[in-house]
Design a protein around this ligand. Structure first.
Ligand SMILES: [Zn+2]
Ligand SMILES: [Zn+2]
Length: 336
């Protein structure tokens, strides 16, 4: 038997004692989980049931693990390899999959939702989802590879140059990781905004960013005459998106990566008169290997962004704590 945190229904996650996963089928591997991160989308699913397709389901799509058993025909992995996993389960057959845009798969699902995930001592997954990691990368840092890929995808979709000032609204995991990645090569100012002063302060100090309010005056005070042509919406709040839209310069592009819980009234003339662009950013495309390559260099900074290290038994109470907005850092990590 082993322990697993399983989502049953809206507002119902339990830590259960369950049988070990079966022998991995052909093409799959058995994994011993080392560390797993709680994602904002895990919390969204817990609150709304938006992506519940089976119940109960062992949650968790951000994790680091060790390969402990190989299914038939698996090549490229050996027992003892340390890996992180791709979170996306794609069909491989639709037009998006066939044209190299798996994040837009018509039947896209996620590990931890359409199959059991990493909030457990062990799990089994298809080998094609796995990426090897360096032996020296600590387990809690490796567990952050997947959100790092999301942040990389957001930056690439936005096409922001090193000399372009940028404003990131939302200092949660993705907003904070966007700021951190940019801080290593960006020459222009990085501005961040968040209602949670602790998180904004942490991200500003790790990324060398300046905290601003989401107002045109605050942006002008920070940038002077330089126009703000690039922004990231990482809050999922309609109010924040409206404030951000009012704070950027004409001609600006805003990358949207937050998950919204409400719809908004939008005047389409905004796009015409002010030549604004909204760029949707869904998960990531082929950025996971690049994110894995960034881990050693970012390890010290990523360590500062960890909110808490918890045990599997602490998952339900930490879901409540995170939903109540009581996180001080950016990522809560389950150590197994
Ligand atoms: Zn995630
Ligand atoms: Zn597909």
């Amino acid at each position: 038997m082993m322990r697993a945190a399983r989502l049953y229904a809206v507002n119902d996650i339990r830590v259960d004692s369950v049988p070990l996963p079966p022998t991995p089928p052909a093409g799959w591997v058995r994994l011993k989980v080392e560390a797993a991160g709680i994602c904002g989308s895990d919390l969204t699913n817990f609150r709304s049931g938006l992506w519940i397709t089976r119940s109960p389901s062992t949650a968790g799509h951000e994790f680091a693990a060790v390969v402990t058993e190989l299914g038939e025909g698996v090549t490229g992995f050996a027992l003892g390899d340390r890996v992180v996993t791709d979170s996306r389960v794609t069909c491989g057959e639709c037009s998006a999959c066939l044209t190299g845009r798996p994040q837009l798969c018509a039947r896209l699902g996620y590990v931890g939702e359409v199959c059991d995930g990493g909030f457990a001592e062990e799990t089994i997954l298809p080998a094609r989802l796995l990426h090897k990691i360096d032996r020296g990368v600590p387990r809690e840092i490796a567990a952050m590879a997947e959100p790092l890929a999301v942040a990389l995808h957001t930056i690439r979709r936005l096409r922001v140059g090193a000399d372009d000032p940028i404003l990131i609204a939302g200092c949660g995991t993705i907003g904070g990781l966007v700021a951190l990645i940019l801080s290593k090569s960006h020459r222009a100012p990085i501005l961040v905004a968040d209602n949670n002063a602790d998180r904004a302060g942490l991200v500003a100090s790790v990324a060398g960013a300046r905290i601003v309010a989401l107002t045109p005056d605050a942006v002008t005070a920070a940038l002077g005459n330089r126009p703000l042509l690039h922004a990231v919406e990482a809050t999922g709040s309609v109010g924040a998106l409206e404030a951000l839209t009012g704070s950027v310069a004409g001609g600006a592009a805003i990358a949207l990566v937050g998950i919204f819980h409400a719809t908004m009234q939008l005047n389409p003339n905004l796009f015409v008169d002010r030549e604004l662009s909204f760029i949707g950013c869904q998960a990531f495309s082929d950025e996971l290997p690049d994110a894995v390559a960034l881990l050693p260099g970012l390890a010290a900074d990523l360590d500062r962004l960890i909110d808490r290290r918890i045990s599997l038994e602490d998952v339900p109470e930490n879901y409540d704590r995170l939903i109540a907005g009581r996180a001080q850092g950016l990522k809560t990590i389950i150590l197994l």
